[in-house]
Design a binder for this molecule. Sequence first.
Ligand SMILES: *Cc1c(COP(=O)(O)O)cnc(C)c1O
Length: 369
Amino acid sequence: MGWRVKFIDFPLQWEQQREFLLPIIDDTLARGDVMLRQQLADFERNLAAFVGTRHGVGVSNCTDGLRLIGHSLGIGPGDEVVTVAHTFIATISPFVMRGAKPVFVDIGDDQLMDTSQLEAAVTERTKVIIPVHLNGRTVDMTEVLKVAESCGAVVIEDAAQALGATIDGRTAGTMGLASTYSFYPAKMLGAPGDAGAVLTNDDQLDADVRRLRDHGRVTKTEVDGWGYNCRLDNLHAAILDWRLAQLPGWIEHRRTLAGIYDEMLNDIEELDLPVGPESDQRRRDVFQNYTVMTDRRDELVQHLTEDGIEVLVSWPVPFHKQSGVGLDHWSLPNTERLSRRVLSLPMNAELAVSDVEYVAASVRRFFAA
Ligand SMILES: *Cc1c(COP(=O)(O)O)cnc(C)c1O
């Protein structure tokens, strides 16, 4: 299908970036810098500085980052991990795979964890609470940190979608014990493949994750315990480091586009929009996604598709209602209701203002008809 506006246009992204990235790729490979080299160290340092943590560890992907944290913390059978089900399943799967029991709280109408439900969800077995800064919007951490302290749990922030987002002047990913990031190609900072990072201010956790990602090695020949192979490829790190330098401009562009959607769509009664970029005094959202909600979601998807606009529904069936994961006993009314209403419109750094105007005009035509 020839899309008029793609959800993400990777060929266009490459066309815009190749003159900058080709010399970096050439230089990296010409040096033979393929594993754990300077480019990775530079990226880790720049990433930690961008977010505002002491340490950054590049890993193979965000899921593995969570897995290494779970291992470092010794999470296992009998432990409970509290999070939301309106997220990618990878928020919780690394802990379930270690034998922990997942515990869910519902979400609010902004699609983020309803933190008022946390206190009732924790027990003396709760070891980890995972707020998910979904769609580039930061969870209000006040209650999360308070409840975690009261039950002795640690907070791990799933910041896979929120690189650079802030609340009350604090950056997402700096408020818990550690935070994890995804550089999956479709994320705001994407690699040409899988990649991720763990950020923390904790020296011990930094050392643990660093060792665990590389077979338990502390130097090339010295092993200090068992480990995994969860390294971030050096070539990916070199590309990510260049892209990280562009990220502040890309975030500005995303916020501009979100403002245009907001301006063009905010009078449609049947459509609920995300909080606009200038409407939240406490937050600076980075709009990893621009996710709208409507009771006529499936019809709207059909209409936009016919107009050549590629959209994404995350997620049409929440994972606790997926067969085979054994979570069907959970009832999360708002998560289930929103799964029938959400729809993400195209939102990425390569989009032109005219693309967003085209999408918004198509949405307007649908609701006017
Ligand atoms: C993308 C994503 C992940 C998983 O990241 P990978 O790098 O693909 O492992 C986890 N949590 C959230 C919220 C995500 O969006």
